[in-house]
Write a protein that binds this ligand. Structure first.
Ligand SMILES: Cc1cc2nc3c(=O)[nH]c(=O)nc-3n(C[C@H](O)[C@H](O)[C@H](O)COP(=O)(O)OP(=O)(O)OC[C@H]3O[C@@H](n4cnc5c(N)ncnc54)[C@H](O)[C@@H]3O)c2cc1C
Length: 380
């Protein structure tokens, strides 16, 4: 069996693998990435493309999200990838939603968030996509970006190779990892540091790390519209009242309890499927709309039209966009831990499993990669 070498070897070309490849290569290390598919096809190409620091609770996770965003900006500019640095709005139509938005806007700036409460007229100045009837205002945050995850997954590998000499092997499943080496496509590859970024594949490599870890899977249904007319732009990515219940960020608000209680009482169909509605736009002017959350190790491979219907009905109440004609529907799956945003295991010397365990991998991957590789002594 032939032996080849790099300083760092990475399993998986999703966003977590790509982020580790970038940080290691930028630190002057030689890097090889192995992806079992002809291209990444997991959560990293199925998401909204939202880099969403406001979804992270105050403290280390929010700081990491902001750092990750900074690295994203370097990556996007270096690779000449389009992105929309539009910020975000959590738009409110109920008193209990507005109460959470206002309370957060009062408390959060002292915790490091760049955000403010907007009146209805200020909200419509920022976004032409929100309905004005019943609008009570919005929580504005300046730090959110959107990228097109499909463009990122296809362009970044080429760019890494051109710019940093990172070697990508697609159609190459890694079957075995040991300390200092791995085996893929009948060849042995040696590397001092091996990062396993296999997303929600818990079976192939180091299944013993996952057993009893509390990690399960989350399935989300998503949609994309046809392109909106040229000249029309969504502006900030949008979230609505349900999203205050979804992200841990807003748990600092005393007013959240009343909102949660009302949703649990009056919106049981949305609650049943874990629906909260968010909207982002791609550089090709399509709108990405989602999502639902179904938790189970065994993912239901069949999508439910009722879930898409509920998401669209909710979106129609509050959105006014040129077209909501749906061009594509799909589902994505990510790993989920009840308490941790990400988990790292070191099953062998020099071997690190990195699993983002909630729906924040686009936001956090570069920050996580910087910390993992620093701790592993790969980067300063
Ligand atoms: C519908 C949806 C919407 C989301 N929206 C957002 C969002 O807007 N913002 C945000 O921050 N996060 C979002 N997320 C979360 C984010 O997409 C994930 O956290 C992230 O993509 C996980 O990246 P990953 O690289 O770990 O996994 P994946 O993208 O699943 O990549 C893992 C890769 O490893 C490869 N692989 C596995 N085993 C092997 C092996 N043995 N050998 C070789 N290759 C292997 C797989 O083929 C795969 O390509 C969303 C997720 C979903 C599903």
């Amino acid at each position: 069996m032939s032996v080849r070498t790099s300083d760092v070897a990475i399993v998986g070309a999703g966003i977590v693998g790509l982020a580790h490849a970038y940080v290691a290569a930028r630190s002057g290390r030689t890097v090889a990435v192995f992806e079992r598919g002809p291209a990444a096809a997991g959560a990293s190409v199925r998401n909204f493309g939202m880099v969403w620091p406001i979804g992270q609770p105050a403290g280390p996770l929010h700081e990491m999200a902001l750092r990750s965003r900074e690295i994203w900006l370097d990556v996007l500019r270096e690779a000449r990838l389009p992105f929309l640095p539009t910020g975000s709005l959590h738009v409110t139509y109920r008193d209990d939603e507005a109460a959470v938005g206002k309370e957060f806007a009062e408390r959060a700036p002292s915790l490091g968030y760049e955000c403010a409460w907007l009146s209805p007229s200020e909200t419509v100045t920022r976004s032409r996509a929100v309905r004005t009837e019943g609008l009570l205002g919005a929580l504005w945050s300046s730090t959110e970006l959107s990228v097109d995850p499909r463009q990122v997954a296809s362009r970044l590998p080429e760019f890494r190779t051109e710019r940093y000499g990172v070697r990508f092997s697609f159609n190459t499943a890694v079957r075995n990892v040991e300390s200092g080496s791995l085996e893929a496509a009948g060849a042995r590859w040696s590397a001092n540091t091996i990062i396993v970024a296999a997303g929600d594949d818990f079976q192939t490599l180091f299944p013993e790390c996952f057993r009893g870890s509390g990690i399960t899977r989350c399935k989300l249904q998503m949609m994309r519209t046809v392109a909106q007319p040229s000249g029309w732009a969504l502006g900030p990515s949008l979230a609505f009242g349900l999203t205050f219940k979804h992200y841990p960020t807003f748990r600092i608000c005393r007013s959240l309890a009343a909102l949660e209680h009302r949703i649990e009482r009056d919106a049981q169909d949305l609650e049943k499927w874990g629906i909260h509605v968010m909207v982002s736009q791609t550089a090709k002017r399509e709108l990405t709309i989602g999502d639902s959350h179904e938790y189970a190790l065994a993912v239901d491979v069949f999508d439910k039209p009722i879930v898409n219907q509920l998401i669209l009905d909710y979106a129609r109440q509050y959105l006014t966009v040129p077209t909501l004609q749906i061009a594509e529907t799909w589902h994505g799956v990510y790993a989920k831990h009840p308490d941790h945003a990400y988990v790292r295991f070191t099953p062998l010397d020099g071997v690190h499993l990195v699993v983002v365990t909630t729906g924040v991998g686009m936001t956090m991957s570069f920050g996580i990669a910087e910390q993992t590789l620093h701790n592993a002594g790969v980067s300063r």
